[in-house]
Design a binder for this molecule. Structure first.
Ligand SMILES: O=C(O)CCC(=O)C(=O)O
Ligand SMILES: [Fe+2]
Length: 368
């Protein structure tokens, strides 16, 4: 965890060279930095973020993870998210499938809904382990507010770049509207033995929402881009967050922004001996928002949609329905229903060239 010295990320594994975006420059409207952000969002859909100013909030959340994951399993299971399509709460190890064969996942996480956090002490969806409840005002809320501030800053810039009417994207991700936005703490226990080195702990997926603000310390996150055949690591850089575009923003933008397939495997090299933790804030659209390209509001989006097969960005689902379906069918207990019918075929976003990896990710992974 922060402050502890870990073995370094190995230098002999393939990595993706992502752009580093400076949040301080973004906030002051630096044009060159805004153009680099556009480049990152419209090519790989991932970038590092430095100077985000959330170090304290992130460290406090990791400490909350320590106290929450060390609760007895029977206590954590009282808050299990279950098989009905609700994402909020605790997900036990092995609750999800990581591939089409039904191989189980090896991670546990606790998802805390933005709506529960902002309404606290009023309960919107559910209650959480007492460690979380005790830290809701002092730790979880500051982290959620900081993450919303960062992701909202990106949404404002994307709104302008896409030529959308003022504050359109903000309205689709309104703080006071119910949504699937949530904070997630994840833990993966060390899995000694080389045989497990490539077994995904979180299966191939693209994030469901619009923007993810991720903090990890050890390696293990990997991406595969359309047309590529090899998974490559995203090397963690101390003090830098990793940001990425999710499917919803890719759909709203008519495919201009890319939502890349990624997964998590055990940390590489000497890091494999250690427990791996990560923290994400997912900004997702209002539950009632229908997922479709915003063609009526932006000539640029309308033009992009013309370059893709007809109907590709019309999901016919609200964000709430879509998210619930994806959450439900990644659960191992629901694997009797074919993913392709229930989740994967909802929307075959292919990042431009429809790579097999892309489709596999959509069908097999944890659609988060
Ligand atoms: O743990 C990580 O580094 C990434 C986690 C992730 O992709 C997710 O939770 O959606
Ligand atoms: Fe993800």
């Amino acid at each position: 965890m922060p402050g502890i010295v870990h073995p370094p990320f190995p230098s002999d594994v393939p990595t993706h060279p992502l752009l580093v975006i400076d949040y301080v420059l973004i906030k002051v409207g630096d044009q060159a930095e805004i153009e680099r952000l556009w480049e990152a969002a419209s090519t790989v859909g991932f970038w590092y973020l430095k100077n985000h100013g959330a170090e304290k909030e992130v460290e406090d959340m990791f400490s909350l993870g320590t106290s929450t994951f060390s609760l007895p399993l029977e206590e954590k299971l009282k808050y299990e998210q279950g098989d009905s399509g609700c994402s909020h709460g605790y997900k036990k190890i092995g609750g999800n499938a990581v591939d089409a064969s039904g191989l189980s996942d090896c991670s546990e996480f606790i998802n805390i809904a933005k709506d529960d956090v902002l309404a606290f002490p009023r309960v919107i969806y559910r209650d959480y382990p007492f460690t979380v409840t005790a830290a809701m005002a002092s730790v979880v809320r500051p982290f959620v507010c900081k993450s919303l501030e960062v992701n909202d800053a990106f949404l404002r810039i994307f709104n302008r770049q896409l030529g959308l009417p003022e504050a359109s994207l903000e309205a689709l991700h309104a703080r006071d509207q119910h949504s699937g936005s949530e904070a997630r703490l994840t833990r993966v226990l060390p899995m000694p033995g080389k045989a497990l080195a490539n077994r995904p702990t979180i299966g191939a997926h693209s994030d469901f929402g619009s923007l993810s603000f991720l903090h990890n310390i050890l390696g293990g996150l990997q991406m595969i881009l359309p047309g590529e055949t090899e998974w490559k690591y995203v090397r963690p850089i101390p003090g830098h967050a990793i940001c990425n575009i999710g499917d919803a923003l890719s759909i709203f933008s008519g495919g201009i922004f890319k939502s890349a397939v990624h997964r998590v495997v055990p940390p590489p090299g000497a890091q494999s001996e250690l427990e791996r933790r990560s923290l994400v804030f997912f900004t997702r659209p209002n539950n009632t928002q229908v997922l479709h390209a915003l063609v009526e509001d932006s000539p640029m989006i309308a033009e992009s949609v013309k370059q893709h097969p007809e109907g590709k960005f019309n999901t016919g689902s609200t964000a709430g329905e879509w998210f619930s379906r994806r959450t439900k069918y990644q659960r191992l207990n629901n694997r009797t229903v074919r993913c392709e019918k229930t989740r994967g075929a909802d929307f075959k976003l292919t990042n431009g060239n429809g790579s097999g990896a892309r489709i596999m990710g959509r069908q097999q992974g944890n659609g988060t």
